[in-house]
Design a protein around this ligand. Structure first.
Ligand code: FES
Length: 138
């Protein structure tokens, strides 16, 4: 079991947007993750589209969401916020990469053994190096 890290209170997750945070993966790279509220769920997904994986869903000001779906800002494919699945547009047939979170007593915790919480916000919020997922500094 990994360490359970508190991410945020449920009410802090925007209804139509996302709570962005950064994790470190087992191989040492950093990855952005979005925490979203779907229709009856709270889920976390790695912050990139499945059509073009360098396309972020949340570009630093919240992912676009409508009717429980996350909308890719580039070509407009919509991913179900609860299942991560896309059945439309350029990303049709794909599913976002999940990150395990647990809801407990009004708060959301990161419970994914594959990654470690680093900080709230995107990768560049830490060191001003946009997209520098292999740039490892503290
Ligand atoms: S990059 Fe997301 S749908 Fe094309």
């Amino acid at each position: 079991m990994g360490v359970k890290v508190r991410l945020t209170a449920i009410e802090e997750i925007p209804e139509n947007g996302s709570f962005l945070f950064t994790v470190r993966e087992h191989d040492g790279t950093r990855e952005e993750v979005i925490l979203v509220r779907g229709e009856g769920c709270i889920e976390a997904w790695k912050n990139f589209c499945q059509h073009e994986t360098d396309q972020r869903l949340d570009r630093g000001f919240g992912a676009a969401m409508r009717d429980g779906e996350i909308i890719c800002p580039k070509h407009g494919s919509m991913f179900d916020a609860c299942s991560g699945h896309c059945d439309n547009g350029k990303a049709a047939g794909s599913t976002l990469v999940p990150v395990d979170v647990t809801v407990d007593d009004g708060a959301v915790y990161l419970t994914d053994d594959e990654c470690t919480f680093l900080h709230e916000g995107g990768i560049e919020d830490d060191d001003g190096m946009p997209g520098s997922s292999s740039h490892l500094t503290f």
